[in-house]
Write a protein that binds this ligand. Sequence first.
Ligand code: HEM
Length: 225
Amino acid sequence: MFLDAFTAAVQEMFEYGRTILHKRRLDPQPDLLSAIARAQVDGEFLADEYLDGSWLLIVFAGNDTTRNTISGAMELLTTFPDQKAKLLANPGLMPGAVNEIIRMVSPVLYMRRTATKDVEVAGQRIAEGEKVIMYYCSANRDEAMFPDPDRFDIERPNADKHIAFGYGPHTCIGKQVAKLQLEAVYRQLLARFPDIRQAGPKDVAPNNFVYAIRSMPVEFTPEAK
Ligand code: HEM
């Protein structure tokens, strides 16, 4: 039942994407979707399956990840009020806080690769052709790399060494945009609603690929008019 609903929703999302992209191909606008719709390889427009992939990347890779990081930040700032107070007192700590939040939230849990040759990683042999799942969420809480990894520390000296954006040739292409967006959101939120805090339990989607907070109540004192 859940699978049927899921498949139908995904189908609907792709159909919507294809409709928009085909529309943009005929009537381009000054936007990213038009650039994708009109991209050509060897003089040919992209086939529908590539349009689907691009649509998925725009909707999911560039959107859900950042959104879930913002919700995760609200939880962290509530659970660790001393860190929030430090950030409010010194907004210069923001870039480090952005990294530390992404490290702890790790919204994309893993990606999979296929080994191109025999290799040994930390004593584990991996044969050529074997599939390997890289759990970014686990690496980001590896105590050998991040001492006391469950502690939220906006001044953690190596917070930028997290691999929540992946690693290597396919590392997240949007990571700089994501960090800019996150920093802008936190700055605005904390400046306008300094007492914003989580006000009840979160509802996390039953999904083992992304850490997705479906809902989480927050409360704050509205700005004075
Ligand atoms: C906190 C926010 C984000 C996180 C945690 C995140 C995480 C990731 C991860 C783990 C990958 C896979 C890397 C790999 O396979 O090695 C990835 C790929 C990608 N991301 Fe992000 N991402 C975020 C935001 C964004 C944004 C804002 C955009 C676009 C504006 C974006 C676009 C992409 C694209 C296009 C890829 C595929 C790159 C490739 O396969 O070469 N992401 N991201």
